[in-house]
Design a protein around this ligand. Structure first.
Ligand code: 2M8
Length: 444
C-alpha cells in the first residue's frame, strides 16, 4: 500500500513539475508544449488529485481550437524553446484564416480522446459529490459546445466516404508516429527539393538516438508539414494533393468511443438532437472499425487510402475494436484471446505480459525504437479503460496491476523495452504519470 502511495505521490509531483501554470508540458524537455491527446490523458490523471487543474488542462487545450472545430495536435507554450518543428515552421494563422493567432498551434490534429477525459473527470467529481460535482457539471456544460464542434469537424472533414475510417494526412496525427503500420504509405512520401534544411532537436533529449525515428522519417514528417501548409491547412485540398492519406482504425475507434460519451453528456444537458447526431457518428465509426477486421489475423487493419490497400502489420492498433466498444461477441472474444496469446502478452520473451506496440512475432518488431516495439503505458490505460467499460473487469484489473508493476522504478518513462523493462524515451513523461494516477487512485 505504501508502495503504491509513494508511486502515486511521485506521479503527482511530475505533473506539478511539468505544469507551466497554464498547460501541462507533455514532458519536461523533449516535449515542452501541450499536446492534444496527452492533455486528454493528463486531465484524467489530474482529476485524481486536483479537479480544478484537470478542468483547466482541457480549457487551455481548447483555447487553441480552430474556427472550423479542429483541435490542433500541439498548442505551443510561447516561453518554451528546444522543440522542433515549432510555431515558426507551422505559421498556421498566416496560411489559414481559421487558425487562432494566439495561442500558436500546429496545423494537424491528434486522436480525439477528449470526451473520454470529460466523462472521466465527471465521474471523479460525481464520486466527490457536493460543490466539486456542481462546479464540474457547470464546466462540462461550458466545454461541451467546443467538444461538439470538434466531433463535427472530424465527421465533416475527416470521415472517408469509401471506408468510413477517419482520414489522416500525417503519421503524427495518429499519435503512433513511426509505427510500422505506416511504413507502406510513408514509402509514397518523397520530399522535394524545397524541403527546408533543419536541425533535429529530439535526439538530444534521449539516451540513445536509436530510440527515436530516423532522419529519413524526419524528412518525410517535415515534408508532410510543408504539404499541409501549402494546402492552406485544408482537408479537401489535401485529399487531392496529400502524398500520405490513411484510414486509421485506432483513431476511428477512439472517435466512436468518445462520440458515445459526448452523446451521454448531450442527454444530461438536454440536447436530444445533438445526442442523436453523436450516436450516429459513433455508430458509423464503430461499423467502419468492425468492417476492417482482418479474417486471417483477427486484428483490425488500417487502409492506405491512396491505393485502397489494407495495412496488416501486427501493431497494437489492431485491437481497435476493443476500444471502439460494443464489438460483436466473437470479435471481442477472438481479440482478447489474441491479446493474451503468444503473439502478444503471452510471448515468452517478454519481461511482463503487456502488449508491445508491435507484436514480437512481426518482422517489423524493434523493441527499443519508439512506436515500433516498446510498451506504451498510455496505450495500456486505453485498453484497460475500454475493457472495464465493457464489463471485462477481471482482465482490466489484471492488466492494470501488471502495467503499474512496470512503472515501479518511478522513472515514468515515455515507453519501456518489452524484453528488458528498461525505461526509454523521455523520463517524467506527463501522460505516463497521469495514467498511473488514474490506475492507483481513481478507482479507490
Ligand atoms: C510523440 O510525437 C511528437 C510529434 O507529435 C514527437 O515525436 O515530436 C508521440 O508519441 C505522440 O503520440 C505524443 O502525443 C507526443 C507527445 O507526448 O510525442
Amino acid at each position: 500500500m505504501t508502495g503504491s502511495l509513494t508511486l502515486a505521490a511521485r506521479a503527482a509531483y511530475i505533473l506539478r513539475d511539468n505544469s507551466t501554470g497554464v498547460i501541462t508540458k507533455a514532458s519536461p524537455s523533449l516535449y515542452p508544449h501541450q499536446w492534444s491527446w496527452d492533455a486528454g490523458f493528463n486531465s484524467i490523471g489530474l482529476a485524481a488529485v486536483d479537479l480544478p487543474r484537470a478542468r483547466r488542462e482541457l480549457d487551455s487545450l481548447f483555447a487553441g481550437q480552430w474556427r472550423n472545430g479542429m483541435v490542433p495536435h500541439i498548442v505551443f507554450d510561447p516561453a518554451a524553446t528546444g522543440y522542433w518543428p515549432g510555431p515558426e515552421q507551422w505559421r498556421c494563422s498566416r496560411y489559414c484564416t481559421l487558425a487562432p493567432e494566439s495561442p500558436a498551434t500546429s496545423g494537424i490534429t491528434d486522436p480525439p480522446v477528449h470526451a473520454i477525459a470529460i466523462a472521466r473527470i465527471l465521474e471523479v467529481a460525481a464520486a466527490h459529490g457536493g460543490r466539486d460535482n456542481e462546479e464540474t457539471m457547470q464546466w462540462a456544460a461550458g466545454i461541451y459546445p467546443r467538444a461538439l464542434a470538434w466531433h463535427r469537424f472530424l465527421a465533416r472533414e475527416r470521415a472517408d466516404k469509401a471506408t468510413g475510417l477517419m482520414t489522416l494526412f500525417h503519421g503524427w496525427e495518429s499519435g503512433t508516429d513511426n509505427s510500422p503500420r505506416w511504413d507502406v504509405p510513408y514509402g509514397n512520401v518523397v520530399p522535394g527539393p524545397e524541403l527546408p534544411t533543419y536541425i533535429r532537436k529530439d535526439t538530444a533529449h534521449v539516451s540513445d538516438a536509436d530510440q527515436r525515428p530516423t532522419d529519413l522519417e524526419y524528412d518525410r514528417y517535415l515534408w508532410l508539414c510543408e504539404e499541409a501548409k501549402r494546402s492552406g491547412y485544408d482537408s479537401a485540398t489535401l485529399r487531392r494533393t496529400g502524398s500520405f492519406q490513411v484510414g486509421d482504425v485506432l483513431f476511428t475507434a477512439i472517435y466512436a468511443a468518445a462520440s458515445d460519451l459526448l452523446a451521454d453528456l448531450a442527454v444530461r444537458l438536454r440536447e436530444p438532437d445533438d445526442a442523436a447526431e453523436l450516436r450516429d457518428y459513433a455508430a458509423q465509426a464503430r461499423a467502419a472499425v468492425f468492417c476492417h477486421v482482418d479474417e486471417a489475423s483477427g486484428l483490425a487493419a488500417d487502409v492506405d487510402l491512396r491505393t485502397g490497400a489494407w495495412l496488416r502489420t501486427e501493431t497494437c492498433a489492431g485491437f481497435a475494436p476493443l476500444i471502439a466498444g460494443r464489438a460483436p461477441y466473437e470479435t471481442r472474444q477472438r481479440l482478447t484471446d489474441l491479446l493474451l496469446g503468444e503473439r502478444w502478452c503471452g510471448h515468452p520473451a517478454l519481461k511482463l505480459p503487456l502488449p508491445p506496440s508491435t507484436s514480437p512475432c512481426s518482422p517489423a518488431f524493434n523493441p527499443a525504437c519508439y512506436w515500433r516495439g516498446p510498451v506504451w503505458p498510455v496505450f495500456n490505460w486505453l485498453l484497460t479503460w475500454a475493457l472495464r467499460r465493457d464489463g471485462e473487469e477481471v482482465l482490466a484489473d489484471k492488466l492494470s496491476v501488471i502495467a503499474i508493476a512496470e512503472l515501479e522504478d518511478g522513472t515514468y518513462a515515455e515507453y519501456y523495452h518489452p524484453l528488458t523493462g528498461e525505461p526509454l524515451g523521455s523520463h517524467n513523461q506527463s501522460w505516463t504519470a497521469a495514467v498511473a494516477l488514474d490506475w492507483l487512485l481513481a478507482n479507490d
